[in-house]
Design a binder for this molecule. Structure first.
Ligand code: BGC
Length: 769
């Protein structure tokens, strides 16, 4: 590859910098372990003026893809002046190559820009939303989705993606639960690693690799009452045990950058939190990359009550923040703060070095345009191979929540009524956080079904209802330029038409749920039912007495108690992405047997929230067995969820044997093997996610009732059985104690293996030091 920076530009830099006589200050030396990179960056920094260094810390958006309400002005001039380190929210070879031209041809030091984008679940080929993707429990599929997203994005010059989002969430009211991997720290950690690997590949210099930006650091998913951007107050044990592991796993996987979160953590906003950004992230975990703020999070520190823009910018820099997204607090105040002794030259240098190192690691100094290529853009995006991968991933993400009388898979014959606001729709197939995906290229459910059944069955269609007729929800879910396709007919007229259609059918497939805009950022809900209008439609359909299959679109666990009582089957398809309709049809008609398992607990009602499987026992545990007085419970609902973590059915059935342990008692660092035999007792081949949980009933602190420690996805033919074994070491017994020591304590442990977190077989073991 041509060494663009060193061959052409470096000579110019040397020449220009002599003329411009930059204020040369001692550059803080850090040892990254890469001596070539260290000396390159140090060499470059000796030529940089203070303004140019601060410029590197400035990340702007010029408004092509709006992900916030503030947009930077005068971007072109700022690039030429060296006042910008990177641009985000842009895509397309045209824009990016022009912007890069400005930086490498027209700025004094020709330092390339870094281009970031919210590539969250695919770039042009859209995969299921992350919560859906996590339901695959399939790290191979997840890693491949990130790799495909990276290859599509790099073709357009994007070299930095604001993903993975690894925030643990136990509250489905929070709209952004859709962007993460659910409630479990172990599964979340495996997914964090798979995503980082998929994006960054073996080297970020590779033409199809991008730098990952792990977000939102930290604990954003712990927001009070699921309210967006809200406060987090949490014990250190809970943080370390349940919320921080996926971020740490991403560091261990070599993630190049992190994004600080909007929330406060025990009083101190994450973006100005030195303990978090420096002590935990860098000193405890050894993170070597750079930290960018979230959108205007630096200036928002003022609303948090930390002071004016100058004060908060200095606080953020000192805390360990390296790049300021959109707020321009660093750009406009750090020089003054340096003069006034509020920040040091070393602090500015360190942040600048980290940003330059990221560009170096991406190979941008060798080739600022990297793989940008209009040809690549058209040849590698939304290809048949990528579409097939998206279809396969979507199928694996679907969760069969109910299948009474084995109504599914449907036969490809007879009259099938397809009803609901999501049945004939392209725009909602992709889900939340889709910047460059084209909804018009997505497959609607009706198109997918027609293709899969061909002329064997007769498909009848009625829309049945709009998403919602609630004026507040309508106004708040669709704003900021977002469009809703509404049917202008009165609600009753639409329902009547749907009922007439249903009457003509052998079976009704109701495609209902949340639109993309009802989930994601700034889309928290206090009511997590299917919206009332759609409920009314379902009630009318149930009255026809026809068998009803719900195909549910959702970006969060919904409260489905009523639907679960009435529908014959429920297939949860989240927001499946570009190949939505094909994947839904494949599963409905049995071309693929669903094996997804939910990764966030579905409550019976919203009052049970927050609800999660790895809760504490309490002194008065509720067990649903006897009278409930004086127990830790409610008097109007049991503590049990509607669907527990790890739950999901198949078109076939599986039987689990008892758990066999290799030893009844162990000592020290011995390894225990736990084995079950899983048999396919049904008539179809199918996959099953076999889950291992461990509980620690006696310890120096009150432990969670159980914790997921491992899982294996297996395939079984009808009648086939397989032994599934898990090795358990003392590593799996460790927890954070009151001193935050991560260690295990001897005694009894319960090993549980099963099909979901509630339905397990268990065995007890004694483990001494
Ligand atoms: C979101 C981030 C996103 C950023 C840039 C923010 O509002 O919280 O997740 O990466 O915008 O678009």
């Amino acid at each position: 590859m041509k060494n663009y920076f060193s061959s052409q530009v470096l000579r110019k830099i040397v020449a220009v910098s002599v003329l411009a006589m930059p204020v040369t200050v001692a550059v803080a030396q850090t040892k990254s372990g890469d001596t070539k990179m260290d000396s390159f960056v140090s060499g470059l920094m000796t030529k940089m003026t203070l303004d140019e260094k601060i410029g590197q810390l400035n990340l702007v958006t010029s408004g092509r893809a709006l992900t916030g309400s503030v947009v930077n002005k005068g971007v072109e001039e700022s690039i030429k002046k060296g006042n910008i380190g990177g641009i985000f929210g842009v895509y397309g070879t045209d824009y990016i190559s022009k912007a890069q031209d400005l930086a490498v041809k027209n700025s004094r030091l020709h330092i390339p820009l870094i281009f970031g984008l919210d590539v969250i679940h695919g770039h042009r080929t859209i995969f299921p939303i992350p919560l859906g993707m996590s339901a695959t429990w399939d790290m191979g599929l997840i890693e491949r989705s990130a790799k495909i997203a990276a290859s599509e994005a790099t073709g357009e010059g994007i070299n930095w993606v604001f993903s993975p989002m690894v925030d643990i969430a136990r509250d489905p009211r929070w709209g952004r639960i859709s962007e993460g991997s659910g409630e479990d720290p172990y599964l979340g950690s495996q997914i964090a690693k798979a995503m980082v690997k998929g994006y960054q590949g073996t080297s970020m210099k590779n033409s199809d690799a991008v730098m990952a930006c792990v977000k939102h650091f930290a604990l954003y998913g712990g927001a009070e009452a699921g309210r967006e951007y809200n406060t987090v107050d949490m014990s250190l044990i809970k943080m370390y045990q349940d919320y921080l592991p996926p971020y740490k796993a991403a560091v261990d996987a070599g993630a190049g950058s992190f994004m600080s979160s909007f929330n406060t953590i025990n009083g101190v906003p994450a973006t100005a939190n030195q303990w978090l950004l420096t002590d935990v992230l860098r000193k405890q975990w050894g993170f070597k990359g750079f930290v960018v703020s979230d959108y205007t999070a630096v200036s928002e520190l003022t609303a948090h009550g930390l002071g004016d823009l100058q004060t908060v910018s200095a606080l953020a820099l000192k805390a360990g923040l390296d790049m300021d997204m959109v707020a321009e607090g660093f750009l406009t105040t750090l020089k003054k703060s340096l003069k006034e002794g509020k920040v040091t030259q070393q602090e500015i240098d360190l942040a600048c070095r980290r940003v330059l190192e990221a560009k170096y690691k991406l190979g941008l100094f060798d080739n600022p345009y990297k793989s940008i290529n209009a040809d690549v853009e058209s040849k590698t995006e939304l290809t048949e191979t990528n579409r097939l991968a998206a279809r396969e991933t979507a199928e694996h993400s679907f969760v069969l929540l109910k299948n009474q009388g084995q109504i599914l898979p449907l036969k490809k014959s007879g009259n099938i009524a397809l009803i609901g606001p999501l049945a004939d729709n392209h725009s909602e197939m992709l889900g939340t956080w889709v910047i460059a995906g084209d909804p018009n290229k997505s497959v609607s459910v009706i198109d997918g079904i027609k293709k899969v059944v061909g002329s064997n069955a007769n498909i009848l269609y009625a829309r049945g209802s709009n998403f919602t007729d609630d004026s507040l929800l309508n106004a708040r879910a669709w704003f900021f330029g977002m469009k809703q396709i509404r049917d202008t007919r009165p609600a009753q007229e639409m329902i009547d038409e749907a009922v007439e259609t249903a009457k003509k059918a052998d079976v009704v497939v109701a495609v209902v749920g949340e639109s993309a805009n009802m989930t994601g950022e700034s889309a928290s809900r206090s009511d997590i039912n299917i919206p009332e209008t759609q409920r009314d439609l379902l009630k009318a359909l149930f009255k026809t007495g026809k068998p009803i299959v719900l195909v549910l679109f959702n970006g969060r666990p919904l409260t489905l108690t009523w639907e679960n009582e009435h529908a014959n089957a429920i297939l949860d398809v989240w927001a499946p992405g570009t190949e939505a309709g094909n994947a839904v049809a494949d599963v409905l008609f049995g071309n693929y047997n669903p094996a997804g398992k939910i990764t966030a607990t579905f409550p019976k009602n919203v009052g049970q929230v927050p609800i999660y499987y790895n809760h504490k026992n309490t002194g008065r545990p509720f067990d649903d067995k006897g009278p409930a007085k004086f127990k830790s419970d409610y008097i109007d609902v049991s503590n049990a969820p509607l669907f527990p973590f790890g739950y999901g059915l198949s078109y076939t059935t599986f039987n689990y044997s008892d758990v066999k342990l290799s030893k009844a008692s162990l000592k020290g660092n011995e390894t225990l093997t736990a084995t079950v035999t899983v048999s396919n007792t049904g008539k179809l081949a199918g996959e099953e996610v076999v889950q291992l949980y461990v509980s620690d009933p006696v310890a120096s602190i009150s432990r969670s009732v159980k914790e997921l420690k491992n899982f294996k996805k297996i395939m079984l033919q009808p009648g086939e059985q397989k032994e599934v074994s898990f090795n358990i070491s003392t590593q799996d017994l460790k927890f954070y104690n009151t001193r935050l020591n991560y260690d295990w304590e001897p005694g009894q442990f319960i090993v549980e293996i099963g099909t979901n977190s509630s339905d397990v077989h268990s065995a007890s073991v004694q483990w001494e030091k």
